[in-house]
Design a protein around this ligand. Structure first.
Ligand code: FES
Length: 137
């Protein structure tokens, strides 16, 4: 087999391997995408009753950051870290989200404060009617 024959016969598997590698690489570098078409309710009579409390639903973490049932007392952002998708946690002492995987920090509104993440978390809309908090976005 000469060089030309070898290249002609071996190029298809090489292309397939490269395509698989690119798919894997793009997955890990893109972290995770934020959930779309989110719409759910939280009963503030029984949930998120204490400052610092959080819950996760539909790929969104909702946190009570202050007392009182007003929209400024809560925040809602995507739970998946924008670095590699690990679920973030709320740290009430530092008033920020921290990723337990590689240590990225995000503000209460989802802005990157510390890498390795480079993209902000998506923030969701909050509305409150009576004891019902609604998350949309
Ligand atoms: S997955 Fe969150 S910092 Fe890496």
């Amino acid at each position: 087999m000469n060089r030309r024959d070898f290249l002609a016969k071996s190029s298809a598997p090489v292309v397939a391997v490269c395509a698989a590698c690119l798919g894997a690489c793009s997955k890990s570098s893109s972290g995770s995408s934020a959930p779309a078409n989110v719409n759910f309710n939280v009963d503030l009579g029984t949930q998120l009753t204490t400052v610092g409390a959080s819950l996760v639903q539909s790929g969104v973490i909702v946190v009570r950051t202050a007392s009182g049932n007003t929209t400024t007392s809560f925040t809602a952002v995507q739970v998946a870290c924008t670095h590699e998708g690990t679920a973030i946690n709320w740290n009430n002492g530092s008033n920020r989200f921290i990723c337990p995987n590689h240590g990225a920090n995000f503000s209460a509104t989802g802005a990157v404060l510390l890498g390795p993440a480079t993209r902000n978390l998506k923030q969701y809309n909050i509305a409150i009617t009576g004891n019902t908090l609604t998350v949309t976005g």
